[in-house]
Design a protein around this ligand. Structure first.
Ligand code: FAD
Length: 411
């Protein structure tokens, strides 16, 4: 790395901090693109919107950094879950989307959830139950019930059980929601636009149970937890490396060399595994949803091996530590979590599908063109990530409609 890049590292963070500061007020408001652009224009940073929303992450990386490794590192933040490579316009927004968080009160920070991700849903469930709510799991919705005025009237479960409700909020993907409503009950333009929201996943997740702590080249001593274990481990050596991986997947092949982000959760929370053992989860790109040759069932293990081999280049002996592992490609994420196409964000986070275009042009206010039905998941504004914003926005639309209908605010 160079002195220039060390200084640029601070400057690039200032750029994204400034953009995130402009964007944040619109996360909890159904903003249009014009409104967001106007707010960005008020910044002293010239061309802030063009750079950090419409621009490519590669052009920012090349403007600021001179070394491949820092260009690759920044570029990787703009490709998360996308079919696009880092040179594609709009990928800067994906990086910005990942910079608006304020975990533990720090701008742009991410965090590990103590107890694992399930701790968040458990905490939310506790709040719902404390307010007298009931949560049903393993209850697949097959169909939306309509009343005689074509208003939402509840749901029919796959088991055949019917649940009455005058308000239905769906955090399933937009495409799944269309399916259980029935496209015939929705305006054709609305449905067409939702079909255009790209949902083909490009992520493969490899979750590993390790017999010991991996040792990384050039770091620390055997078995001792060091800084290389406690943060995000990123393999993204250059912009071209990412572009090559993207091109391979577009042609129906897994990457030859994967972009990887990995975490060893037990380095900061040892209680998650038996003493001396560790967890390692690897998030890798790019893979196709369907291979040019073969199926995921035939090739899942080969892809898993290739992802581990990429990381093993930097952590020799890693594969010997793996006692068990789970490989989830896009069709697996789709089957397990109902993610259409296996897209982790319920659809691309590129500017063509943001703000007043998410999930369908002009329908960004979380209401659907069917009274009583709301979208409260990642396909709604402002999009995916564990941020809670689509749900909060949808709840506010529900409250506005209840008040407008004279029902008053629930106590
Ligand atoms: C591998 C992976 C890694 C990720 N990494 C990160 C990360 O590091 N940081 C981050 O912030 N975000 C990350 N995300 C994204 C994050 O998990 C999502 O953005 C978030 O969970 C979205 O919440 P949601 O409520 O919108 O939708 P989801 O969590 O997708 O929930 C939708 C729910 O709807 C259910 N459902 C679907 N259809 C039906 C039906 N017919 N009937 C009943 N239920 C149905 C599904 O089972 C699911 O439980 C990741 C996602 C994945 C898959």
């Amino acid at each position: 790395m160079s002195r220039k890049d060390a200084d640029a590292h601070v400057k690039v963070h200032e750029l994204f901090d400034e953009a995130a500061r402009r964007l944040r007020p619109f996360l909890s408001y159904p903003a249009t693109r014009k409104q967001v652009r106007r707010a960005f224009r008020q910044s002293d940073v010239e061309g802030l919107f063009a750079k950090t929303v419409d621009g490519s992450i590669a052009s920012i990386a090349e403007d600021y950094f001179e070394t491949d490794i820092l260009q690759g590192m920044l570029a990787s933040e703009g490709i998360i879950s996308s079919m696009a490579g880092p040179r594609t316009p709009g990928t800067a927004y994906i990086a910005l989307h990942h910079a608006f968080g304020q975990a533990t009160g720090h701008d742009g920070a991410w965090g590990f959830v103590r107890g694992g991700m399930g701790a968040i849903t458990s905490a939310l469930a506790d709040i719902v139950r404390a307010q007298g709510g009931e949560i049903r799991i393993e209850a697949e919705v097959a169909e939306l019930r309509l009343d005689e005025r074509r208003r939402a009237a509840g749901v029919v479960l796959a088991s055949g059980e019917e649940i009455e409700a005058s308000i239905v909020c769906s955090n399933a993907t937009a495409q799944c929601t269309v399916a259980f409503v029935g496209a015939d009950h929705l305006p054709p333009d609305f449905v067409d636009d939702i079909e255009l929201l790209p949902t083909e996943g490009t992520v493969v997740k490899v979750n590993c149970a390790l017999s010991g702590l991996p040792k990384f080249k050039g770091f620390g001593s055997e078995g001792e937890i060091g800084p290389e274990h406690t943060g995000t481990i990123t393999v993204s050596p250059s912009i071209d490396y990412l572009e090559d991986a993207c091109r391979r997947a577009a042609e129906g092949h897994p990457a030859d060399n994967f972009f990887c982000e990995a975490w060893i959760q037990t380095a900061t929370e040892p209680e998650l595994a038996p003493e001396g053992k560790h967890t390692l989860s690897i998030f890798a790109q790019y893979v196709p949803y369907s291979f040019a040759e073969g199926t995921w069932d035939e090739r899942r293990d080969v892809v898993g091996d290739a992802v581990v081999a990429t990381l093993e280049t930097y952590a020799p002996g890693l594969s010997d530590l793996i006692e068990d592992r789970l490989v989830l490609g896009p069709p697996d994420l789709e089957a397990r979590f109902g993610l259409t196409g296996g897209n982790i964000f319920h659809g691309e986070l590129l500017p063509d599908w943001l703000f007043d275009k998410r999930p369908s042009r002009g329908w960004h206010r979380h209401r659907w063109p069917l009274p009583g039905l709301y979208l409260c998941g990642s396909a709604a504004h402002p999009g995916g990530g564990v941020c809670g914003a689509p749900g909060r926005n949808a709840a506010r639309s529900v409250l506005e409609d209840l008040v407008a209908a004279g029902a008053g605010m629930p106590s």
